[in-house]
Write a protein that binds this ligand. Structure first.
Ligand code: XMP
Length: 313
């Protein structure tokens, strides 16, 4: 008989025995439900030896800011509603200056990962990760659930992103849990944030990040308004850092193309592209072009995974 409490009790025991009595643990809340829940669980076990930080990193973690509209409300949700002591570090300038001129996708991931830890100013022994692992649950599959074990383990983007001299031991209290869609309905958001959504581009160049944020907000809000948010597994805009020509009024414009990505999936390992109705796409395209200065082409990504990945880099 499979009970969630048994899994959590087992995890609590593991955390207690792993962490000892004077070691410190860090959790970088970069946005998303999983890391928040993981942090809450660990906090219940080790109290103030858990150091949670929300790094305001030039709004790369736009998802979280987008839900709450401003940083103060993110912090109040953590501190007052969840009783999770979180320190907010404003590191926008540092993140942008480290990312300046960087176009290589793996470098971007490494820089974001390293900067997160560096900004906390701590030398912790452990890192809390909220990653869920559908792939390691085989021995705990709820009987009769119909769930099957997939044999490919998802690579650990965030930890792989950390440099060698910063290897931390991992605490993953949710690793035996599936995401129950009725409980955790937010779309996944990658740890490196919008840094990986301007493929092969320097995210500090021009207004690219701001343009991407605005286009993404219009697109995802339209998905919510159409009642499609829960049908779609993940949706986001990608900004392609190439100069494109358009015409608005009688003027020639120079801007960027934005690509709309939406997928359905079970666990992100494989995915199908989502087929929107023409009217929905036409509305989103109009809204983006009319409201986001700097965009004059809107494209739709119609590739599944494989051969594509979910993110563009
Ligand atoms: P891919 O692009 O690998 O994405 O098909 C699969 C899922 O993982 C998310 N993703 C990331 N999450 N750090 C993260 O925390 C990353 O570096 C990263 N890269 C991709 C992606 O958004 C999708 O949900």
């Amino acid at each position: 008989d499979w009970k969630i409490q048994d899994v959590l009790d087992e995890e609590i025991k593991t955390i207690k025995s792993m962490v000892g009595t004077d070691e410190h643990v860090i959790c970088a809340l970069s946005g998303g439900v999983d890391s928040t829940i993981a942090a809450t669980l660990v906090h219940n076990v080790i109290g103030d030896r858990l150091h949670c930080v929300f790094v305001d990193n030039a709004k790369l973690t736009y998802d979280l800011i987008c839900i709450y509209k401003e940083k103060e409300r993110v912090m109040s949700t953590f501190n007052s509603d969840l009783h999770l002591p979180v320190t907010c570090i404003d590191a926008s300038e540092q993140f942008l200056s480290k990312l300046k001129g960087v176009k290589d996708p793996e470098m971007k991931r490494k820089i974001v990962g390293k900067e997160f830890i560096a900004q906390t100013g701590k030398r912790p022994e452990y890192l809390v990760q909220g990653t869920l692992y559908p792939d390691v649950i085989e021995s705990c599959l709820p009987p009769g659930s119909g769930m099957t074990h997939s044999h490919t383990i998802k690579s650990h983007h965030n930890v792989d992103g950390l440099p060698e001299d910063m290897k931390l031991k991992l605490i993953e209290p949710l690793k035996l849990l599936f995401k129950d869609e009725s409980f955790l309905k937010r779309h996944p958001f990658p740890g490196p944030g919008l840094a990986v959504r301007i493929p092969s581009g320097d995210v500090t160049e021009g207004n690219a990040l701001e343009i991407l944020r605005q286009a993404d907000e219009i697109y995802v809000q339209a998905i919510r308004d159409a009642g499609l948010y829960d049908t779609i597994w993940q949706a986001f805009a990608v900004l392609l850092p190439v100069e494109t020509v358009g015409v608005q009024g009688d003027q020639r414009t120079y801007g960027y193309p934005v690509t709309l990505r939406a997928i359905t999936s079970e666990d992100g390992m494989t995915a199908d592209w989502y087929y929107f109705e023409r009217k929905f796409l036409a509305d989103v395209s109009n809204r983006i072009c009319n409201n986001v200065r700097g965009v004059n082409h809107v494209c739709v990504d119609i590739t599944s995974k494989p051969p594509a990945t979910v993110e563009w880099e």
